[in-house]
Design a protein around this ligand. Structure first.
Ligand SMILES: [Zn+2]
Length: 320
């Protein structure tokens, strides 16, 4: 059986000519037979998720490590079945293949903050790194007062999160962070540890906190994925949301200690079923405004919410 892997990595490092680097990355991925994924390149670095056969992914890592800009990158690998990315029809060969998108953007992580270039590892305005091992030690072997602040969106938190961690209310998009900061006002002089999937959002988020007067800010190095891999089913409960078609991943999911923490937004029963949905009013009419979150199969069956397919069939969303 072929073994596929998904690779997650990022690096903040000045890229002199992002467009040229984009072309080089595209060529490299094609040469190695990387089957799908997404890479964002900007003047401040690279952020990528790639899928391929194990040997292709391992070769990609080896080649990247030879480049002194990327020799110290923490490449995070997890298992997949070769279908983590959507399939498209190749315009040239007319055959179906997974989508590989490599784009140049102004920011690696979209903050839309004016002067965003001043925040992050390149300028040094970022939180102090705390490794998975150190955080594990803080949690289990110290009396230290600290707060884990989750920098992910609400639906990511719902399906899995650190025990007793702080989630900002209405966190729907990373860009919302600056306007949600008043919620953390009472923690301004406390020790905070920001966490996110693979670490990249924390590079910016912890910097944004420092920029807004928070004084003791740490960031979990290499993200939740590294922590879960090292300490599966310990302090991070539930599953980890990932931005590909696997939706969520976990380590040692068969273990008795693994628990489902997700709750249906409507009936509160345990579920890990993430869907796009629309709420209905008392007359059962579909309300405008699509949400994404946990809704259990029973509530869907009872039509407490509407899914995309139903919306297309009902004209109720069209304003009269
Ligand atoms: Zn339900």
């Amino acid at each position: 059986m072929l073994e596929f892997q998904v690779l997650l990595f990022y690096k903040f490092v000045p890229i002199i000519d992002p467009e040229l680097f984009r072309k080089q990355q595209l060529t490299l991925c094609h040469q190695l037979g990387i089957i799908g994924g997404r890479i964002i390149i900007s003047a401040e670095g690279i952020n990528g998720t790639l899928e391929g056969k194990k040997q292709s992914i391992q070769k990609y890592i080896k080649i990247m490590k030879k480049d002194e800009r990327f020799c110290d990158v923490a490449f995070k690998v997890s298992h997949s079945d070769g279908s983590a990315f959507p399939y498209i029809i190749d315009p040239i060969t007319k055959k179906t293949r997974p989508k590989l998108s490599i784009k140049v953007r102004s920011e690696l992580v979209t903050t839309d903050i004016e002067g965003h270039q001043k925040i992050g590892p390149i300028t040094g305005k970022t939180g102090k790194y705390i490794t998975a091992k150190e955080l594990h030690n803080w949690i289990h072997n110290s009396n230290k007062e600290f707060y884990i602040v989750d920098m992910r969106n609400d639906y990511e938190y719902e399906v899995g999160h650190f025990k007793n961690s702080v989630l900002l209310k209405n966190f729907k998009n990373f860009r919302d962070l600056p306007k949600l900061l008043p919620q953390l006002e009472t923690l301004k002089n406390k020790t905070l540890v920001t966490v996110c999937t693979g670490g990249i959002r924390c590079e910016k988020a912890s910097g944004i906190l420092l920029d807004n007067g928070f004084n003791h800010v740490y960031q979990l190095k290499d993200g939740i994925i590294k922590y879960m891999e090292r300490y599966p089913n310990e302090d991070f409960l539930g599953k980890l949301y990932v931005f590909d078609q696997r939706i969520t991943i976990g380590f040692n999911l068969g273990d008795d200690k693994h628990q489902v923490v997700g709750k249906c937004r409507l009936c509160q029963n345990n579920t890990e079923n993430l869907v796009d949905y629309y709420l209905r009013d008392e007359q059962n009419k579909i309300l405008p405004g699509r949400s994404y979150g946990l809704v259990c199969p029973t509530c869907i069956q009872q039509k407490k919410v509407a899914l995309d397919t139903e919306v297309i069939n009902e004209s109720t969303l069209n304003p009269a």
